[in-house]
Design a binder for this molecule. Sequence first.
Ligand SMILES: C[S@@+](CC[C@H](N)C(=O)[O-])C[C@H]1O[C@@H](n2cnc3c(N)ncnc32)[C@H](O)[C@@H]1O
Length: 244
Amino acid sequence: MEGFDYSSYGERIADRYDQDLENLGAEEAVAVLGDLAGKGPVLELGIGTGRVALPLAASGLEVHGIDASPAMVGKLRAKPGGQAIKISIGDFGPLTVDRVFSLIFVVFNTFFALLSQAEQAECFLRVAAHLHPGGRFVIEAFVPDPTLFERGQRVSVGQIGLDQVELVVTRHDRVRQTVTSQEIHLSTNGIEFVPVVLRYAYPAELDLMARLAGLSLEARWAGWQRQPFTSESSSHVSVYRRPL
Ligand SMILES: C[S@@+](CC[C@H](N)C(=O)[O-])C[C@H]1O[C@@H](n2cnc3c(N)ncnc32)[C@H](O)[C@@H]1O
């Protein structure tokens, strides 16, 4: 999408993000990440408005973050505890922070915001270089489902209200493994567009990137309750580990 960059989504969604996600709790994710973190410090890639990072920091861990969107980070900073988190503004792909961590994590499909296989593979390498021996990298992501698209397209309907409707229009490129969407919010106040571009990867491709980076798969669940992952699962929480 011409003009789209890593900050586009966050800059457009920041004002409505927390409201849109108010039913998506973070308690279970925070409990699992807290268990995997050891003594810390921990780093979240695409920290956003702090949905996961803030409660994790409140549990006593030293939490760091990276995000490309100043607007999203501004929302985080305005919340209780938001000043205590060390955040870099920029692209998490090249991962240039000057620290090592016991846990690095990227949740809610955000790893797929890196738009090519090369960037994703490079990110795994950079993550591995920023983990303590025995440190972990956790990815939460959807399992790709090309059957959602008919002739490479899809239109889905979100909320419908008396004076508003939400639509999502998407194009699928099965060679690049990209989905390019516009969330369209139509209301009597006007029209808002939230662009989203993702490059998806199957769990097996993520495992190969991990292997190339010297990490191995320690666990894979279908969700934060550590449900068994099966061929029917629509999402996964994958835990990769650097050797001791
Ligand atoms: C879906 S939100 C997730 C926010 C938060 N992790 C959560 O779970 O609520 C994705 C976040 O990743 C950020 N982001 C996307 N691509 C990025 C990139 N390449 N580098 C840094 N941040 C990025 C966006 O600005 C946004 O804040």
